[in-house]
Design a protein around this ligand. Structure first.
Ligand code: NAD
Ligand code: IPM
Ligand code: MN
Length: 375
């Protein structure tokens, strides 16, 4: 007899947010639904407001009902938050606060940002093709500490933000990097600014200890952030996992996106020790192209793949979605940010291209029994 528990539908919360956020999550939702059909999965999908849209609604960028929905959910997909209409430096509340509170409330301290340039998109990167050969980087960005969350303040003529890290905050994200590195090429580059900052010195000794005691088979190197910014472009293929603190990870991952051709290609997963995962494209609300129907939906669609992998342990479905995106790109079905000369597709047509290829890819990805853990 069924208890009903095993039939529970997994709950996915979708928070479209602002600007292109709603345009790309709408397309990602179509992919979730199609993947559910193809792989026999049952999802209960709910929507809620976040960011500027939520400020306009009830003055709060993370309304209680949105947070409660996310706390109950198995996974959350967030589009993007922010925009010029909420960006007055004197504003008392900003859309971005909603996202930061969400990450922090859900305890999502590890943000995984894979950088795997597709061969067929090399034309879209300003970096020379031969430097892109073999590039496969995984950023593990600390997400709930550092300058984003330390004490801060502002008076008429001065302001301060404080960077604070505890040993435990560093240790737990270092362990995530270590575990993931053992499923990859077993190399971690820890990026800090230990020549100047005390938080970076704590970061460095803590990371050193964790890898010595817990991941002796992983090669660990340290790199100062300014040099790392340069090496990321001059020799990207030499990196495997890049472990870094919150602000450095934010900046370096946008820089890393040029290796893939566009920010519009980069998904991310924000994970913690709790049961909920948050999946967010690395890009923002792109006010310059919002409402034009031209945004690249591939990052948001690739977030669905990461969600299926990390929250629903469905590697086959994740791979099918990744393969469908790759095939669409190989077939030249490109949005304006990556088209360079070819005639570009709009947001909906690009998602159509993925959906058209998903069934065939699903057939192939369930055919094999290979199930590596990947970012
Ligand atoms: P952005 O990432 O929104 O855009 C940077 C550039 O990349 C723009 O030229 C934009 O058109 C382009 N771009 C980004 N995503 C694209 C896509 N999917 N397809 C095609 N082109 C794309 O960064 P910004 O302009 O500096 O910030 C705009 C707002 O977004 C700000 O309010 C910022 O705080 C917010 N933001 C939010 C998130 C998030 O919610 N996760 C992330 C980054 C920035
Ligand atoms: C990102 C964004 C956010 C961050 C902003 C919107 C708070 O830039 O996810 O990369 O800085 O973490
Ligand atoms: Mn960012």
């Amino acid at each position: 007899m069924s208890t009903g528990v095993e039939n529970r539908r997994s709950l996915i919360a979708i928070l479209p947010g602002d600007g292109i956020g709603s345009e790309v999550t709408e397309q990602a939702e179509r992919v979730i639904r199609e993947a559910a059909d193809l792989f026999g999965l049952a999802f209960d999908i709910r929507h809620a407001a976040v960011g500027g849209a939520a400020i306009d609604g009830d003055g709060d960028p993370l309304p209680d009902e949105t947070l409660e929905l996310c706390q109950r959910a198995d996974a959350v997909l967030l589009g993007a938050v922010g925009g010029p209409q909420w960006s007055d430096p004197e504003a008392s509340v900003r859309p971005e606060e909603g996202l930061l509170r969400l990450r922090s409330s859900l305890g999502l301290f590890a943000n995984l940002r894979p950088i795997r340039p597709l061969v067929s998109l090399r034309h879209a990167s300003p970096v020379r093709a031969e430097l892109l050969e073999g590039v496969d980087i995984l950023f593990v960005r600390e997400l709930t500490g550092g300058l984003y969350f330390g004490p801060r303040g502002r008076s008429e003529s001065s302001a301060f933000d404080t960077c604070v890290y505890s040993e435990e905050e560093v240790a737990r994200v270092a362990r995530v990097a270590g575990r993931l590195a053992t499923t990859r090429r077993a190399k971690v580059t820890s990026v800090d600014k230990a020549n100047v900052l005390d938080t970076s010195r704590l970061w460095r000794v803590t990371v050193e200890r964790i890898f010595r005691d817990e991941f002796p088979a992983v090669e660990l190197e340290h790199c100062l952030v300014d040099a790392a910014a340069m090496h990321l472009i001059s020799r990207p293929a030499t990196f495997d996992v890049i472990l870094t603190e919150n602000l450095f990870g934010d900046i370096l991952s946008d820089e890393g996106s040029v290796l893939c051709g566009s920010l519009g290609m980069l998904p991310s997963a924000s994970l913690g020790e709790g049961p909920v995962g948050l999946y967010e494209p690395v890009h923002g609300s792109a006010p310059d192209i919002a409402e034009s129907g031209t945004a690249n939906p591939y990052a948001a669609i690739l977030c669905v793949a990461m969600m299926l992998r990390h929250s629903f342990d469905n590697e086959a479905a994740a791979r099918a979605i990744e393969a469908a995106v790759e095939l669409a790109v190989e077939d030249g079905l490109l949005t304006a940010d990556i088209a360079y000369g070819a005639s570009p597709l709009g947001t909906v047509a690009a998602a159509d291209a993925v959906l058209d290829r998903l069934e065939a890819c699903a057939g192939e990805s369930t055919g094999g029994s290979h199930k590596p853990v990947e970012a």
